[in-house]
Design a protein around this ligand. Structure first.
Ligand SMILES: [Zn+2]
Length: 378
């Protein structure tokens, strides 16, 4: 089924590219589904019937979505899926059942599968996706529909608000001075990964030693992403529980990724994921998530409003010539982010608008449940 899902994805991608080359138009997912029905009637492709029909249609939908992302979010051009690389997945849009008591999951056409269930859930089961990781492990993820629970959003409390500055040296610095470091085990694992990758690349291509070495790389990769996600979950949960309002800077992660030197460390830190988790956890708690646009002078502007134009990236602290305050650049940045998120109309002494570029997204729900202010960014 995994092989068939990959085949249909690649076939649909190929059809779409060729159609564009010859006819200069995009073939729709609907047309491809009709063509797929015809393809299955061809005895040469009879094996496609071993899959659930909706699973194969799901592959076409996924290919179509990859194009939408490419056009709308300027993500990379959709790639063909390789049999030997990456994670493979197959979707089951209907008839999934879970037996928590006996640790079993049932999907269409396969039936009951013995499973190690990581958590229980309520709600109506919608879809299931089975994934095969490069480590050879299989995972099933299930989406469920829950009743729409309205968490009452608390009003913004300036007393219990915190600004967060994220960086490369220290993972996150909070405006109250708290520093959150990257976990050491994560750093160690990344070092170890480099060693294993180098070892694997020295083995002869196609050899069984190469395969063994690649599996070691894949296993460590899986471990690192688990460690990272665990760290991000614990950190964001702790922050969301402690504060009523959280203010962050919109860092435009994809823009920063183009700078290759920084790319590795930023990818390692999982900053994008951090903001996504932070935002939904605040929402879950009824708290507020504020985001300001990219704010250049955040580490350069003293509490008194004076900007230190000569601040270098290597300067961790600086003394204000005007008021004499000693500023830690990260704590200062976090405080400025908070200040401008709470009051976007703040002006600096230079007459420069505090919000350097992009706008401030602040939304608040009052007692009656009406949303006021500008919309919160996704
Ligand atoms: Zn000052």
């Amino acid at each position: 089924m995994l092989g068939n899902a990959r085949f249909v994805y690649n076939w649909a991608l190929d059809r779409r590219i060729k159609e564009y080359q010859s006819e200069k138009k995009s073939i729709s997912a609907f047309t491809l589904m009709t063509e797929l029905t015809q393809l299955k009637k061809n005895p040469e492709y009879e094996w496609l019937k071993l899959s659930v029909a909706q699973s194969l249609q799901q592959s076409i939908v996924n290919m179509d979505k990859a194009f939408t992302r490419f056009f709308k979010q300027k993500k990379g051009f959709p790639k063909f899926k390789s049999k030997h690389k990456g994670t493979h997945s197959v979707g089951f849009p209907q008839n999934t059942k879970v037996d928590f008591e006996n640790n079993k999951v049932s999907v269409n056409k396969i039936g009951w599968i013995k499973t190690k269930i990581s958590r229980t859930f309520d709600g109506k089961i919608k879809t299931a996706t089975i994934e095969k990781k490069p480590t050879g492990k299989f995972f099933v993820s299930i989406t469920v529909e829950l009743p729409d629970v309205k968490v009452k959003q608390k009003p913004i409390s300036k007393v219990n608000a915190v600004g967060i500055d994220t960086g490369i040296k220290t993972f996150a610095t909070l405006s109250d001075g708290t520093e959150i470091e990257n976990p050491k085990h994560l750093k160690n694992s990344i070092q170890r990964l480099k060693v294993l990758q180098r070892r694997a690349s020295k083995k002869q291509k196609g050899s069984s030693n190469r395969k063994k070495a690649n599996l070691k790389v894949a296993l460590l990769h899986e471990k690192i992403s688990n460690q990272r996600l665990d760290f991000l979950h614990k950190t964001t949960t702790a922050i969301a529980k402690q504060y009523n309002t959280v203010a962050c800077e919109n860092l435009n992660i994809s823009g920063m990724m183009r700078n290759h030197k920084l790319a590795q460390s930023i990818a390692d830190l999982g900053l994008g994921r951090f903001y996504t988790l932070m935002q939904y956890k605040m929402k879950e708690q009824g708290g507020n998530y504020l985001e300001i646009g990219r704010f250049e002078p955040s580490s350069k502007m003293c509490g008194c409003g004076v900007i230190n134009k000569n601040l270098k990236l290597s300067d961790r602290t600086w003394t204000c010539e005007s008021c004499g305050s000693i500023n830690d650049r990260d704590v200062l940045a976090a405080n400025n982010i908070l200040k401008f998120a709470l009051n976007p109309k703040n002006k600096t002494t230079d007459g420069m608008s505090g919000v350097a570029c992009g706008d401030v997204g602040v939304s608040q729900v009052d007692e009656a449940g009406t949303v006021s202010g500008r919309s919160l960014r996704p």
